[in-house]
Write a protein that binds this ligand. Structure first.
Ligand code: G3P
Ligand code: CA
Length: 257
């Protein structure tokens, strides 16, 4: 059966602004509070990190374990949903956020019905089942038209492409020796719709090459105004930022949109 491929989310006349883990400069990362605040600040959407926990649900969290965020050694992949939900993932950012709970991916898609959502697949070891579960959650939420799925791990992206061949994927990469090879392999093997480079890797020549190949170029993490200015001028497709309010305002000033 043939699936029409959806492209990466884009705006025709300006870069999209996506809150990195939500409005994470102002609210606890990867919580509903941070995602809602990003939208309130004017973001087009959010980036988030997705893991599968021991009972199979897709939860939104960045780290492998909960030490940094909740002072608990629980590892996301080994913990049940009930154990993860018992953690307070907001209090580390102050009393105003006490009681925030680790959200399910399904809850975020439901709470932000108009947001573009960049789902980054995370796993320790190789949880290929994550991809199929994320595909199911996106389908159940009828969010196909507003998502892009990314990962540093091309094996996870490959698994997602197999589970949802009609949905766009983007390869994440950062500075380091192997990124050119990884990008070439991933683009050839899995027909990525986007590249998600670390901001320091975006040069005018590379941007021109990626755009000539029809790729969306979604850059992270773009917080400093001078970086945002440069990337708007180069024609980035999306800016993934911890400060979506300020970045959205800069995009508006530079593009008039
Ligand atoms: O998606 C961009 C960025 O989030 C990748 O790095 O470690 O913040 O998930 P990290
Ligand atoms: Ca991420």
């Amino acid at each position: 059966m043939d699936f029409p491929r959806r492209g990466a989310p884009r705006s025709p006349d300006r870069p999209l602004v996506l809150g990195h883990r939500g409005a994470s400069a102002d609210a606890p990362e990867n919580t509903l509070a941070a995602f809602r605040l990003a939208m309130k600040q004017g973001a087009d959407g959010v980036e988030l990190d997705a893991w599968r926990c021991a009972t199979g649900e897709v939860v939104v969290f960045h780290d492998e374990d909960a030490r940094r965020i909740a002072g608990s050694p629980l590892r996301v992949k080994d913990a049940t949903l009930a154990e993860l939900r018992a953690l307070d993932v907001g209090a580390h950012r102050g009393a105003a956020f006490r009681g925030e709970r680790m959200p399910l991916l399904a809850e975020v898609l439901d709470a932000l019905p108009r947001a573009v959502v960049n789902v980054e697949l995370k796993s320790s070891g190789l949880d290929l089942g994550l991809a199929a579960e994320v595909a199911r959650v996106i389908a159940r939420a009828r969010a196909e038209d507003r998502v892009i799925v990314s990962s540093f791990d091309y094996r996870l992206l490959g698994a997602f492409r197999a589970a949802a061949p009609h949905l766009p994927v983007g390869l994440l990469f950062e500075h380091g020796q192997a990124w050119r090879l990884e990008v070439a392999l991933a683009l050839t093997l899995m027909g990525a719709a986007a590249v998600h480079p670390e901001r320091v890797l975006v040069t005018p020549a590379r941007m021109a090459e990626w755009k000539a190949r029809g790729l969306a170029v979604n850059v992270w993490t773009v917080d400093a105004p001078e970086d945002a200015e440069r990337l708007v001028a180069l024609g980035a497709t999306a800016l993934i930022t911890n400060v979506p309010g300020r970045t959205r305002e800069l995009v508006r000033r530079r593009t008039g949109r």
